[in-house]
Design a protein around this ligand. Sequence first.
Ligand SMILES: Cc1ncc(COP(=O)(O)O)c(C=O)c1O
Length: 431
Amino acid sequence: MSDTGRRSRILQAAIADGLLHPQRAPLAAFMDWERVTSNVQHLMHAFPSHLTTLHAFAVKANSLVPVLTRLRELGMGAEVASNGELTAALRAGFAPERIVFDSPAKSWQELRRALELGVSLNIDNFQELERVRQILSETPSTSEIGIRLNPQVGTGGIAAMSTAGVHSKFGVPLDDPGMREQLIAAYLENPWLRRAHTHVGSQGCPLPLIARGVNELVRFADEVNLRAGFAQVRTLDIGGGLPVDFETDAPIAAFDEYVAELHEGASRLFSGDYAIVTEFGRSILAKHGFIAAYVEYTKQVGGRDIAITHAGAQIATRTVFMPEAWPLRIEGFTESGEAKPTGTAVVQDVAGPCCFAGDLVARGRELPRLVPGDIVTLLDTGAYYASNPFAYNSLPVPGVYGVSMAAGARPEFSVVREAQLDLELTAVATE
Ligand SMILES: Cc1ncc(COP(=O)(O)O)c(C=O)c1O
């Protein structure tokens, strides 16, 4: 069965179950559990088995607790970047020692909580290091602690997602005058610093660039260990950022290719001297979720066809505000969930419901002619889309459903996040 056929089966079952409904539920999102499972299993086998490896899922990519629970059951850890994400990870049952806390703005309260729990910590800067020293002088902790380095190897295709540029806000800039020495001195003065971390960027960073950043991390750790005279740094956290293919239905992320690139560009990572932590987000889930929305109206404006749907900036925020950086594939289905024949394609804009002119999820796209009552799907949206809604126009947060599809069987749904009633319905329901 083609992937479009698979989505069609999911839509038909969702319509039959009332999870998608033109009035009551005009927008919903779906996660394909079988696909998530095979992708994660692939990741688990991509790194050499003789190394100790923790694959910590970047919770920012999808912080819904049932999703996190499933990833934990598949053997992943969790990377969190706020108190809220830490709470979600704990609710999903992750053991504190399998959680890594990153963030450039950790408050005293967040630091105390992480250190008390024994969550691993990547310190972002020297001021944060001073806070951590102070907390540790009052209360010992079992947390594994490191510092995030900015290897300053350059930016990728999306500047806003690149974190290893000269001016990035993250980490200690390794190449700035005097910084490398200052950082090494910090490690030598604080032998409880047993880790080091880098994350070169997300989406748009070519693999050789990521490998160069990781190589700088390994070189730095080797230097600390040499100067310390013992294996002080034992764990290297190489971040996430594996780019996702938003153009085709490729179900498995390029983990093997990534590891091959690391062998090529950062071979010391595999020496056995270091345990490895990864922090993949998008590459774990993006391809295994999609959003479905009803077309409410269609119109022609200035010779242009526009379909107005219920999927816009509230769930596709990046695509709407940065369309060149985050284009999404879109498909058209009939009201009964059948794929529309592609023979009759016309150029259309696909708009969302938000009250600003730029709320478009596709511009000038060739698609089967959409009519009111049709359904559009926004593909590759399992990470950073429906799970991370934007509260504009007080639009209700859509339901998210997990789908299990044994071969040939009818899709079975589980609730990942309840659909929020819109405020009008909520008011009626609570009267
Ligand atoms: C520190 C850190 N780790 C991991 C990630 C996850 O990146 P991706 O979802 O591209 O794998 C991010 C993304 O912003 C990040 O900032």
